[in-house]
Design a binder for this molecule. Structure first.
Ligand code: NAG
Ligand code: NAG
Ligand code: NAG
Length: 404
């Protein structure tokens, strides 16, 4: 019940009894003090948002349940800023200028479930720095300047479910960084400078269901990048400006119940292999839009659930017999047109078909054996691995044998 109060204060405020704190027990005068009564239990809420406070004000009552210090001008926390606040469950420090966390500052906060430190100036995470927050469920470190990480900053946080590290300056994640996060479900790492999937660091996160790596600098998604993620449902890898290849077994070891995979907006992503998505028959959403994919073998997608929403638009498709399987898919009555972004699958080649929607390309043009043979004289194509090319020829042959 307390968790509900923490996570949706608005709902609770409307359904619970709220009153002002008594004058003689009000806490810092620059803040607002209210008591929320929920199921007969009082919870003190101290709201000091946006008061230009240069430091944590003195005199916060020891029974405070939620303390909101967001959007002030706090630059430093004194080591004893929160001592005696044993009842605290929510501590909001977003939007300040905190650059360092003194040792022991969270020592007495054994019941805190939500800690927000986003939009501050933290640069460094050190071993065990959050360890005393043993009840923590949600930690928000978005929009800091975190670059240096040593040891296991989150050790001891066995109840943490959501960790946010978006928009920092992380390049590397050391192997032990997530050690101790035995129940982590959501990990947010987008908008950093990460150059490869942090496979070693995430390996032990077997409760993780959602991983966000958008807008980093990942160059290759290598084989076995996500091994150990046996509960994973959602992976997003979109927005890697220099990503060229997703290797064939990039997703090996990921939970087969994966529901959502987004790899879009990678302008150099040219090489995909037929094996990559093969095991994920329960995918509901596969987004490969706005990449540089010109060819995709049928085998890459044929195991997918036909109700999956597959997005392939914004790629420079080469429309020849090797892509006629996709044209077939588009024609299939069983395929709900809303589930494939048909209108926006546009041919980039051959010249004759450039700019046309694949969906309305004349089947004779697509299946023209001369074009196919011309483009693929000896099982080779200009871009993409040879293995893919030879499979394309196979599909070409199949497509031809089924034509008419
Ligand atoms: C997966 O991601 C989508 C969109 O980001 C979100 O709506 C959905 O709730 C996520 N599902 C899980 C299980 O994390
Ligand atoms: C990826 O794994 C497959 C199968 O084990 C292997 O054939 C392939 O060479 C690997 N790719 C790379 C780049 O190591
Ligand atoms: C896109 O792929 C083609 C080959 O299919 C390649 O020539 C081109 O350089 C790629 N573009 C980018 C931006 O990587």
């Amino acid at each position: 019940m307390l968790r509900i109060l923490v996570l949706s204060a608005v709902v609770v405020l409307s359904s619970a009894q709220v009153r002002n704190c008594p004058d003689n027990d009000y806490g810092p005068r620059e803040c607002t003090c209210t008591i929320v009564n929920l199921a007969g239990i009082d919870h003190r809420i101290i709201d000091c948002q946006g008061k230009s406070l240069p430091a944590v004000p003195a005199g916060i009552p020891a029974d405070t349940f939620s303390l909101d210090l967001s959007n002030n001008a706090i630059t430093e926390l004194s080591a004893d800023a929160f001592t005696s606040l044993n009842a605290l469950e929510q501590l909001l420090l977003s939007g300040n200028q905190i650059t360092a966390i003194p040792d022991g500052v969270f020592q007495s906060l054994e019941d805190v479930k939500v800690l927000r430190l986003n939009e501050n100036g933290l640069t460094t995470l050190t071993n065990g720095m959050f360890s005393s927050l043993v009840a923590l469920e949600k930690l928000d470190l978005d929009d800091n300047r975190i670059e240096t990480i040593t040891g296991s900053p989150f050790s001891g946080l066995a109840r943490l479910r959501e960790l946010r590290l978006n928009a920092n300056r992380i390049i590397n994640l050391p192997t032990a960084v997530f050690q101790g996060l035995a129940g982590l479900q959501k990990l947010f790492l987008h908008d950093n400078f990460i150059t490869s999937v942090p496979s070693q660091a995430i390996r032990s996160l077997n409760t993780l269901i959602e991983l966000h790596l958008e807008n980093n600098d990942i160059l290759t998604v290598g084989n076995d990048s996500f091994v150990g993620l046996t509960s994973m449902l959602n992976i997003s890898l979109s927005g890697q400006p220099d990503l060229v290849e997703v290797q064939a077994f990039a997703l090996r070891g990921v939970n087969r119940n994966l529901e959502r995979l987004e790899i879009r907006d990678c302008p150099k992503l040219t090489i995909l292999h037929e094996e990559t998505f093969r095991d994920f028959t329960l995918l509901q959403r596969l987004d490969l839009s706005n990449n540089n994919i010109s060819r995709l073998p049928k085998a890459a997608l044929e195991n997918l659930n036909r109700q999956a929403l597959v997005t392939l638009s914004g790629n420079p498709w080469i429309c020849d017999c090797r892509l006629s399987w996709l044209r077939d898919w588009m024609d299939e009555a069983v395929m709900n047109p809303d589930l494939l972004d048909i209108n926006n699958v546009i041919c980039d080649a051959p010249p004759k078909l450039k700019g046309q929607q694949l969906e309305i390309v004349n089947r004779f043009d697509l299946d023209d054996p001369d074009v196919c043979n011309l483009l693929n004289p000896a099982g080779q194509i200009g871009a993409g691995p040879v293995v893919v090319a030879s499979l394309f020829s196979l599909f070409c042959a199949l497509a031809l044998s089924f034509a008419v």
